[in-house]
Design a protein around this ligand. Sequence first.
Ligand code: CIR
Length: 258
Amino acid sequence: MPSKKALIRRPSPRLAEGLVTHLEREKVDVGLAEEQWEAYVEALRTHGWETVEVDPADDCPDSVFVEDTVVMYRNVALIARSGAESRRAETAGVEEAVARLGCSVNWIWEPGTLDGGDVLKIGDTIYVGRGGRTNAAGVQQVREAFEPLGARVVPVPVSKVLHLKSAVTALPDGTVIGHIPKVDRPSLFPRFLSVPEEAGAHVVLLDGPKVLMAASAPKTADLLADLGYEPVVVDISEFEKLEGCVTCLSVRLRELYA
Ligand SMILES: NC(=O)NCCC[C@H](N)C(=O)O
């Protein structure tokens, strides 16, 4: 029976100092962000995910975006090396957490850079965004880490948004969804569905037809409901001000041996 564990990390009190690259900086309400984070975690739990809290990294403003620190494939945790130097200290606590869960641990090494937000797995295909945070050496190291385990790595250019998964994610049947103005090459994906909102491109697969989505994409939620999915909606406005989305607040671990 596959495990359903999800790594999460409590927001830093310095969250408001988080990086912004493609957006104008807006004031972040840290108290509201904490409430939104609790509701996000509760939504995961309600749908059967056991949440595993990584030790907080209070000095790292962006540490809540735990997805960027590690990529899981089967039982292997590949510890990222962020393209943003200010985020590199975040990995220490994550490394401890995945080791405690019994994962094999591997690392992206210099000169490679990789943010987990650039990695989209669909079955054994691993799309890796080559953009502002992930370089060619990072892509190559993902190949070397995971292709011997049976994965196929497909590099994808990313120029319009922070990460690949800011542009596209995938529905339970593997259809890739994205908001066309933000996707560099939709034709790289075998099945692509365009959605009407940028935030509509972000779904976390919860269970069967249930998909976790942001409240900022109501038209996409309607579209997906019309296609037979069951959107579970959370408000993550304070994280969106820092270019975060629903995917980046957790790392789901589905194939642990323990
Ligand atoms: N995977 C993600 O979408 N992560 C969001 C990271 C946002 C953070 N402010 C950053 O710029 O790194």
